[in-house]
Design a protein around this ligand. Structure first.
Ligand SMILES: *Cc1c(COP(=O)(O)O)cnc(C)c1O
Length: 228
């Protein structure tokens, strides 16, 4: 921590990532404003997050509902214009807590979860925005709907349950070239008429932007390596 309360190097790393995002967008012939940085703040302290909010950043992503509750009710009360994305898998029995705290849930991947979210929206009188998580690598252990079943899930969630589904999200298989998976997600979103694409993390966000990402989820490049 420096004496301003800003963790060492955080502001510089944040600004460098913003610059890289803008550069990648311009390089792809896109408006830098068309790419939203979602700061992945899992395991990070409320103080480090607040430092970024004070720099003017407003969009964050958390992986776990319970961890988010340990930091965000207080931060959201003090900074009501912050938008919180859920970027980790959601259990149906946590749908109520998720609907109360989050603004965007990026990881809808099954009908049962869609139904639980729709029921909680009605009960809480709160509307969120959603993305469908797609298991682009067809990895057995990974969450996400398979690409071939995405159209049906969209139809149930959007048309039947009236959830505001705006896009697709993916986490490509680790250790592989990500570009074919990013291209697959973009193609699928085009076919489904969904405008938003959440793809790209520290290792590959310039590539994701080149391939159409509208949301990049970045943690390590901003906070440094996560403590285990
Ligand atoms: C942690 C996480 C990120 C950010 O990963 P980094 O490599 O630290 O940038 C992005 N998306 C999801 C779903 C994550 O869990």
């Amino acid at each position: 921590m420096s004496d301003t309360g800003m963790p060492t190097g955080l502001e510089e790393r944040y600004r460098a990532v913003c610059e890289n995002i803008a550069r990648a967008a311009r390089h792809a012939g896109r408006d830098p404003q068309s790419v939203q940085l979602v700061i992945a703040s899992k395991t990070q302290s409320a103080d480090a997050i607040e430092a970024l909010i004070r720099l003017g950043h407003r969009v964050f992503g958390e992986n776990r509902v319970q961890e988010a509750y340990s930091k965000w009710p207080d931060l959201k009360q003090r900074y009501p214009d912050v938008l919180l994305h859920l970027i980790g898998p959601l259990q149906t029995n946590k749908a109520r807590e998720a609907v109360r705290l989050f603004d965007v849930i990026e990881t809808v991947d099954r009908e049962k979860l869609g139904r639980a979210l729709a029921a909680e929206e009605a009960r809480e009188n709160r509307r969120l925005r959603y993305m469908l998580e797609v298991n682009v690598g067809a990895e057995e252990q990974k969450s996400g709907i398979s690409p071939g079943n995405a159209a049906e899930l969209l139809s149930v969630c959007r048309d039947q349950l009236q959830l505001t589904v705006e896009g697709l999200m993916c986490i490509p298989p680790a250790g592989e070239q990500a570009s074919p998976y990013f291209a697959l997600l973009r193609k699928l979103a085009g076919e489904l008429g969904l405008p938003k694409l959440s793809m790209g993390m520290t290792a590959d966000y310039p590539l994701a932007i080149q391939l159409g990402a509208t949301h990049v989820r970045i943690g390590t490049a901003i906070f440094g390596e996560r403590k285990p």
